[in-house]
Design a protein around this ligand. Sequence first.
Ligand SMILES: O=c1ccn([C@H]2C[C@H](O)[C@@H](CO)O2)c(=O)[nH]1
Ligand SMILES: [Zn+2]
Length: 134
Amino acid sequence: MDKEIIEKLKKKAREAREKAYVPYSEFPVGAALLTVGGNIYTGCNIENASFGLTNCAERTAIFKAVSAGETEFKAMAIVGDTPGPVSPCGACRQVMNEFSPEMDIHLYNLAEDKEFTTAAELLPGFFTSKDMDR
Ligand SMILES: O=c1ccn([C@H]2C[C@H](O)[C@@H](CO)O2)c(=O)[nH]1
Ligand SMILES: [Zn+2]
């Protein structure tokens, strides 16, 4: 993929992180999602006094895109203040794979340590609609 667009995604993820609503964890995360058509949707984590209702940055970005009518994704950049590149939770890995198992995933921390992977690689054996065929 074009290096410029990857850099742009990283920047947008860092900017989205600034919008995180994290009064409980004080751990902001940002994500930027590139669609196959070239549009970018950003997301931040959004917490709640009922902690389990928290929505991660990754799913916020995906849900924004889907609610705008977009379901085919090319790449996502994710940024958190972690010792190494941030690691998406299991729920987000499953949601990524619902739409685009082939999508590139660029993981970063603030020090710009990075890891490149794909949605499918992040969740081997993910549950799909095919698993409901009988
Ligand atoms: O990849 C990740 C990991 C964690 N979080 C959020 C959930 C919660 O608000 C906070 C601490 O887990 O970070 C994300 O948004 N994305
Ligand atoms: Zn998550």
